[in-house]
Design a protein around this ligand. Structure first.
Ligand SMILES: NC(=O)C1=CN([C@@H]2O[C@H](COP(=O)(O)OP(=O)(O)OC[C@H]3O[C@@H](n4cnc5c(N)ncnc54)[C@H](OP(=O)(O)O)[C@@H]3O)[C@@H](O)[C@H]2O)[C@H](O)CC1
Ligand SMILES: [K+]
Length: 499
């Protein structure tokens, strides 16, 4: 499923109308009807419903939705919140159809009238503003949105909650706080940003008849279970441990042995053939009992850097510490340009001074920062990153020729040529120490078992988050879930998604 900006959405409309001969009124009828049937899951026959209709085509959708609900016998009050002169084009055509169907509507004169109506309602459908919103809400929408948000009614939004910007990059806004949003055709960037996603509530996407084939590719899409099933590697019966990748994990320290232990165990649980761990010798007694299948290798000539030859993948950084004296490890890892390399956690801090050297590497380089680590790597502030995660991660990945996994409730996985996938699986139970170590283990393992590194990273993020979701569904809570629970939960998830 593509993820679009407002501009890309308008372009899709135009292409659909030109290529498929669909005109705006048909698209609006399709949109309004599809949204109505999507919203019916949240509406009961006995509910009183207020439909708020704005000035543009989002409002036009509102006339179609109100008419469809009234035709189905629901108790609907349609409120046009702008003067008649503002209702134009396709929206005006659908207003005429609404009226010709014998349905009344109310014209907003004062917010008191609307307040009374909202006071009697059970459900409020926001068809005021969609992707055409620019800047902060202007009156009368600010008042109306505040009235709606303070009422204890079910708030449903059409395409996106009024006031929420469609695109990344705008932090200052006020918006309708929806419990559920019915998104038309394709999710917009704001459905995936930490400061705007909460206004959508739960959401799903309705199809309105736009032919996918002729559409321009936004090079940004949601990675879902069907994608995982299609791309997760088959494990053939005649394989042997050598064919599923021999991985090396460099990390851990006497005070942080658990991180590299979890990375190693997660990697083996995800199908790695052999895992060797290079760590501080004092940490081995704490690691080995937890992951007996792992072997240990010493740093060459007693240093921190083991022999890097003969591995199918290397993961570096978890629990390693940020002591700059250890930067020689980074230099050696970059010189070892033939082996796919994943750098996480403390490794990202040590990598900062060597970014230009990454271009020397021929094998894939994967960086897996959370926003704080990405801020350190990129020199951006966390606020800037969260405000525009798509463009910042795209620019960084293209500039340094790396795969970038920018972790969060929506994890953006960017390839070196700037194409992006988003994984929205997972829950707050993952916001704990060790989650990143487990993810790194899964990613290292899948990178070694899959030709396509980008598929491996996308699938690894999805399996990690989905395992946490399945565990919370089956009895864990977001409070008690441990990173190590996710490792043990992987077997069920792999069974579910590998054909
Ligand atoms: N294929 C599709 O996706 C389809 C989508 N549909 C729906 O159409 C809207 C987009 O319609 P559009 O008319 O382009 O824009 P909006 O309806 O979102 O809003 C336009 C009006 O909003 C006013 N506006 C803009 N910014 C503000 C603001 N900050 N405060 C208040 N009002 C604002 C603007 O009025 P101006 O006087 O400022 O110009 C416009 O009148 C999309 O979201 C879908 O819901 C189609 O129905 C079907 C196909
Ligand atoms: K809306």
């Amino acid at each position: 499923m593509d993820i679009v900006t407002a501009q890309e959405m308008y372009e899709r409309d135009r292409v659909a109308m030109e290529a498929a001969g669909l005109d705006g009124k048909m698209l609006m009828e399709n949109a309004g009807r599809a949204v109505t049937y999507d919203l019916l899951r949240h509406i009961r026959k006995e509910h009183t419903i207020v439909v708020l209709i704005g000035a543009g085509n989002n409002g036009g959708d509102g006339f179609v939705i109100a008419r469809t609900l009234l035709n189905l016998g629901y108790d609907v009050e349609a409120w046009q919140v702008v003067p008649d002169a503002k209702i134009t084009g396709d929206a005006e055509a659908h207003k005429r159809i609404f009226q010709a169907s014998g349905h009344p509507y109310r014209l907003l004169k004062s917010s008191e009238d609307l307040n009374t109506s909202l006071g009697r309602a059970d459900v409020c459908i926001d068809a005021m503003l969609g992707i055409g919103v620019k800047g902060r809400l202007k009156e009368p929408y600010v008042d109306i949105v505040r009235l709606c948000n303070e009422k204890s009614i079910v708030r449903l939004a059409v395409d996106l909650p009024s006031g929420v910007p469609a695109d990344e990059g705008q932090e200052d806004f006020e918006a309708f706080q929806a419990h559920y949003t019915s998104i038309i055709e394709a999710p917009k960037q704001s459905a995936f940003l930490q400061h705007t996603q909460p206004y959508y509530g739960e959401w799903s996407v309705v199809e309105i008849g736009i032919p996918p084939k002729q559409l321009p590719d936004p090079r940004r899409r949601l990675w879902d279970g069907a994608d995982v099933k299609r791309t997760l590697p088959e494990r053939d019966a005649h394989s042997h441990k050598g064919s599923h990748g021999k991985g090396l994990i460099i990390g851990g320290s006497p005070l942080m042995p658990g991180s590299v232990a979890m990375t190693a165990r997660a990697s083996l649980r995800s199908g790695a053939g052999l895992i060797a761990v290079s760590t501080d010798p004092e940490a081995i007694p704490a690691i080995s009992p937890y992951v007996q299948e792992a072997t240990f290798v010493e740093g060459r000539d007693g240093g921190q850097v083991p022999d890097l030859e003969g591995y199918d993948g290397i993961a570096f950084g978890m629990g390693f510490g940020r002591d700059s004296k250890k930067e020689n490890v980074v230099e050696r890892l970059i010189e070892e340009k033939e082996t796919p390399l994943l750098v996480d956690a403390d490794g990202l801090y040590l990598l900062k001074g060597f970014l230009p050297a990454l271009e020397k590497r021929e094998a894939p380089t994967v960086l897996t920062p959370h926003p704080g680590e990405f801020a350190h790597l990129s020199g951006l502030s966390i606020k800037e990153i969260l405000n525009s995660p798509f463009s910042h991660s795209k620019n960084f990945a293209e500039e340094h020729g790396v795969y970038l996994v920018l972790k969060g409730p929506s994890t953006i996985i960017t390839s070196p040529d700037g194409e992006q996938r988003v994984d929205i699986s997972g829950n707050a139970g993952l916001a704990k120490g060790g989650s990143g170590d487990v993810l790194s283990g899964i990613l290292l393992s899948l990178m070694m078992q899959t030709e396509d590194v980008w598929d491996a990273l996308s699938n690894g993020c999805f399996l990690h988050g989905t395992t946490a979701d399945l565990l919370v569904q089956d009895g864990h809570s977001k409070v008690d879930l441990l990173a190590s629970d996710v490792i043990e939960g992987l077997s069920r998830t792999f069974r579910t998604f590998s054909s």
